[in-house]
Design a protein around this ligand. Structure first.
Ligand code: WTA
Length: 685
């Protein structure tokens, strides 16, 4: 039996021919943490979990761990049980006083005429302690409390995360581009009583009023039966509050005067158990409700520290730039926790990569001497299209070029390698997820040959397999695509889903678990819900999601969430969302709607209403790039919408067997409508 959403062997051969291997740049081995695979020979998957004990030494513990791998409550594996540590002490205090004057972050405002601001490790610790004092002494934040942070890319964001971590509170960062409603949903789910936000930020040349969202969020939280005790507002420009939305007395607090009062207060880091929660990161899945992935301390931090050495090869003092947003897992692990654990100097950029022109990232990289650069295929596709000549440097500063978040096409990979890196840098394609906390598949930059378009083998100590529909492993080199699974647990893997143990087990283990009562981790392959193909040499090519998640510009969007947003329009009778292949974004959002009574006649009005509703309920990232108004949806006899048929139509694929549909005649009508469609207008920003 084959999975209808996975490509067939002929489609695979046409789309993804196996590329040849390219050796790593030889000069990297001289300084690399991992000059060859033999350096990590002790990390044998056969010896699981024992090799991972060594990772604990990358952290500073206030109490040593007793049990390396606790399997008493499967599949909720626990690492370094019995140990205690504090995340903020691990990323800050441990480097001091030696690195007191070393820059932790250079913050780069979007406007080139505006001066960058830098924070040293010493200054960062001082800011973290000051904010921690405000949170603890003015707002009563206790260990284990959840604090929601809705901040743009400013220095205040890592400060806020680390202040929570210092107190042992669980931070829940909501990507700044998410709507007030999305923020409110996350506040309600996590039970946060505090929201940390900002007045304004700059993006794409515009000043955005962020504070307005906080008011709307608060109203929605109240409507949902929750309660925010306070809204704390950072200002982008020192003392000046720049939002046109006024502060509401009694609820809103301008942070600057509060911080000024507490400046200089020392706040000792609160020790946390290895498996206490450090943060929540909400992620889209199969159902309409985003799930709160809860990450812990010991396992998460150890894995992030290890992958920063193995995969990013970060050394203290290196200049590193990850262009992702801290509001996503990449930013948590590889802008905040990992780089600070590694003692590097990071760039933190406020705006869009190609503002004011596509030469901006390359100017910055040269000015700061960026050794390790980290971005997404979508950013690369845009930069390549706008300025194919790239940085135009004979000797670019880069030694390692990292990509994450979506499958990268071999042509884009080659442009990164040849034009951006002048063939002198290693390209590292990293596959992982919010759930795994850190990298799972990647090549080691100085040690492994690279293959364009392939994320590579699992990291040392881990094992993966690609399974067929019956759960049997496909042999390496198989012509068939299957489902990727992680067959060994990983220390970085989340502790679980916030408040929903059952959903955790069902979502990630339900499909391939062999025995629900087993305490043997071998019976619990972790299923990330990605399709993949495995090469003869064990390199894995990721083919994209096999559930209802759309990966658009590297943003993970739940099709059910967008459908619910569309159905909030009273005259929308039915809605179905599918991924549309897109040369710039990887995938774009395609929305099919059937209209009911009261729908406007004017198609532009229909489109505008749907675009605005989706943007207001989720955020502009979920903008429906394609919209089709259809008379009916293809349905099974039990009335279920067959999204598979719609997905095939928009991708120009054969819709397969439609004989089982209740209304097979609608398919040809839909095919005509899809063929006649013009693309929706672009979203703002
Ligand atoms: C996809 C982002 C291909 C994949 C770190 C995964 C990738 C989802 C890659 C997780 C890659 C991530 N190649 N696809 N190198 N990296 N993905 O949770 O479908 O935002 O399941 O984490 O992105 O997205 P998330």
């Amino acid at each position: 039996m084959t999975n209808p959403v996975l490509p067939t062997p002929p489609e695979l051969d046409a789309l993804w021919p196996e590329e040849r291997l390219i050796p790593p740049p030889p000069h990297l081995a001289r300084r690399a943490h991992v000059p060859s695979r033999s350096t990590l020979a002790a990390f044998r998957a056969e010896d699981f979990p024992h090799p991972f004990a060594a990772l604990a030494d990358l952290l500073v513990w206030t109490r040593p761990w007793r049990t390396l791998f606790d399997d008493s409550h499967p599949p909720f594996w626990r690492w370094f049980e019995g140990g205690e540590l504090n995340a903020s002490a691990n990323v800050l205090d441990r480097h001091l006083p030696a690195a007191h004057g070393r820059v932790a972050y250079h913050w780069i405002p979007e406007e080139e005429s505006e001066e960058p601001r830098s924070l040293t490790y010493g200054e960062l610790l001082e800011r973290v302690e000051t904010l921690a004092a405000v949170l603890r002494d003015d707002f009563g934040v206790h260990p284990g409390d959840r604090v929601t942070i809705h901040l743009p890319m400013s220095l205040d964001l890592p400060v806020a995360m680390l202040a929570c971590a210092r107190l042992g509170a669980i931070h829940s960062v909501v990507f700044s581009g998410f709507s007030a409603r999305a923020c409110a949903e996350r506040i309600l789910d996590s039970g946060s009583r505090l929201l940390i936000t900002a007045d304004v930020y700059r993006r794409g040349g515009a000043i955005l009023d962020h504070k307005a969202k906080a008011d709307e969020t608060d109203a929605l939280v109240t409507e949902g039966g929750g309660r925010l005790d306070a809204v704390l507002v950072f200002t982008r420009d020192a003392e000046r509050y720049a939002s046109p939305t006024p502060l509401r007395s009694g609820r809103d607090h301008h942070l600057n005067p509060l911080l000024a009062r507490r400046r200089g207060t020392r706040v000792p880091p609160v020790p946390r158990a290895s498996n206490d929660g450090l943060f929540l990161m909400y992620s889209s899945g199969t159902t309409g409700k985003p799930k709160g992935c809860l990450h812990g301390h010991g396992g998460y931090l150890a894995w992030v520290a290890a992958t920063c050495r193995w995969v990013l090869d970060l050394h203290p003092g290196d200049v590193y730039w990850c262009m992702a947003d801290i509001g996503w897992i990449t930013g948590h692990s590889y802008i905040v926790y990992g780089p600070l654990l590694s003692g590097v100097t990071s760039l933190l950029y406020e705006g869009v990569p190609h503002y004011p022109d596509p030469g901006r990232p390359w100017r910055l990289a040269r000015r700061y001497g960026v050794r390790v650069f980290h971005t997404s295929p979508t950013a690369l596709r845009a930069l390549r299209r706008l300025a194919p000549e790239g940085p135009g440097l004979e000797r670019p500063p880069f030694e390692i070029l990292v990509t994450v978040g979506e499958p990268i096409e071999p042509e884009v990979w080659r442009w990164y390698h040849e034009t951006v890196g002048a063939r002198r840098a290693a390209v590292v394609d990293t596959w992982w997820q919010t759930e795994t906390g850190g990298h799972i598949l990647a090549t080691l930059p100085a040690a492994d040959p690279m293959r364009p378009g392939s994320a590579g083998p699992p990291l040392p100590g881990l094992e993966v397999a690609v399974l067929d529909e019956e759960g049997r492993p496909l042999p390496p080199g198989s012509k068939h695509a299957g489902t990727l699974v992680l067959t060994t647990p990983c220390p970085g893997l989340m502790l679980g889903l916030w408040g929903d143990e059952e959903r955790y087990v069902r979502t990630y283990y339900g499909r391939f678990n062999r025995n629900p009562h087993s305490h043997d981790w071998r019976d619990w392959p972790y299923c990330p819900n990605d399709g993949a193909r495995i090469d003869t040499d064990g390199y894995v090519r990721i083919l994209g999601r096999i559930d209802d998640v759309i990966n658009s510009s590297g943003h993970r969007l739940g099709s059910k969430e967008i459908e619910s947003a569309a159905l909030a329009v009273p005259w929308v009778a039915e809605a179905a969302v599918v991924a549309v292949p897109d040369t710039l974004r990887g995938q774009a959002v395609g929305l099919f709607v059937a209209l009911g009574p009261g729908a406007p006649e004017d198609p532009a009005h229909v489109r505008r209403t749907l675009e605005e509703t989706v943007s207001a309920r989720i955020g502009p990232i979920a903008h429906p790039h394609h919209l089709w108004v259809v008379p009916d949806m293809p349905k099974t006899r039990s009335g279920k919408i067959m999204r598979r048929v719609l997905a095939a139509l928009v991708a120009g694929r054969d819709p397969g067997d439609i004989a089982t549909l209740a209304n097979p005649e609608v398919v040809s009508v839909l095919a005509e409508i899809v063929a006649g469609e013009g693309t929706a207008r672009q979203p703002p920003g």
